[in-house]
Design a protein around this ligand. Sequence first.
Ligand SMILES: Nc1ncnc2c1ncn2[C@@H]1O[C@H](COP(=O)(O)OP(=O)(O)O)[C@@H](O)[C@H]1O
Ligand SMILES: [Mg+2]
Length: 397
Amino acid sequence: MIVVSVASGTSVDALDVGVVDLSVRDDAGTVEVEVLASTTEPWPHDLRDRLLALLPPATTTAAEVCALDTAVGQAVGAVAAEAAARAGGADLVVSPGQTVHHEIDGDRCLGTLQIGQPAWVAEATGLPVVSDLRTRDVAAGGHGAPLAGILDSLWLAGGAGQRVALNLGGIANVSVVQPDGTSLAWDTGPANCLLDVAASRASGGAHGHDVDGAMAARGRVLPELLDRLLAHPHFALTPPVSTGRETFSAAYLDNLVGPDPAWDDVAATLVELTARTVADALAPYDVTEVVASGGGTRNPSLMAALARHLPAPVRTSDDLGLPVDGKEAVLWALLGFLTWYGVPVTTDPASGRPPRVLGRISPGADPLVLPPPLTPPTRLRVRAAAHDLPTTEVRSA
Ligand SMILES: Nc1ncnc2c1ncn2[C@@H]1O[C@H](COP(=O)(O)OP(=O)(O)O)[C@@H](O)[C@H]1O
Ligand SMILES: [Mg+2]
């Protein structure tokens, strides 16, 4: 099955597009994935700024939410249609939408909202669309995030010890995977979201992030600020938990650093915060290796801080066949595939809560005909693409 996925994470930096070939050898219970294409497309027009403007403490209107739900759906539809055409056709589109609010009360998730109306995607592509992949897990008592553990438990199972997948997006999440594939995944706290704010403030809006970690490399860690950041109640919660940009917001950072701070030092402190909180989160485990992905792997200051603090070697997901910028695209493609084949999943395998089939399916041009449900797979194998490694095109806005 050829699946096109189009998604944007908490960084709201770009649309990650994947074209992924998924198949199952039912006898072996193994999903095989091959990344046919993995690209990053800029948000059109002023969409990124308008999406970020929804964050608290701002207020918004139903009219603006409607306009953005439409605009995100249209943007995803256009990108998905182009990707499907370039692939010579596809069977399914996965569009998880843009998270605009994730309502957390301590260790519970009360609700989560992703926008990007899938009708536009179905209309643009003529293909069935899987969307809304978080809310069913929330309704069943989970957090609906992070969902990466569902991929990581299939992908990193069978190792010698406890292997960890670490995704460095706006928020950092980890999956601790046991050799038998059981896993625990949760959001450790901010990775890039506060750092992006610092970079933007320091450059008067010219830079959306600390390019190549230059600010953090110049700066010095401010111990008092680090202590105040570490005092956030999220870091004391017992996993699995999730968090978001509404918690670690620009207003939160502005309030902590005060007016006109030394931004390089703030950046160095935020990098230290991410490395410290990831290391603290993993301290109870006997970790044999950490496999990192996400945009934060492009920040050498952050990767150096992680290498200093983590008790196990850090490698990137590229080494295991999933591109650092394309791993999330594979995750969404896999989740859409599992939904299509009626495979129930859970964000918290240890809870004893029965897994659920996630998502919502919108018909494409044809009436919906679903295949018979598949036996839940137990392993995932990444097949190297016929044309060597997948191409990663990054076009800047
Ligand atoms: N060259 C780079 N130097 C520093 N940071 C980078 C670089 N490239 C990407 N990033 C960081 O990665 C973030 C995007 O990562 P991504 O994995 O897409 O996160 P999300 O899933 O939240 O969208 C950017 O906002 C930025 O902070
Ligand atoms: Mg992103």
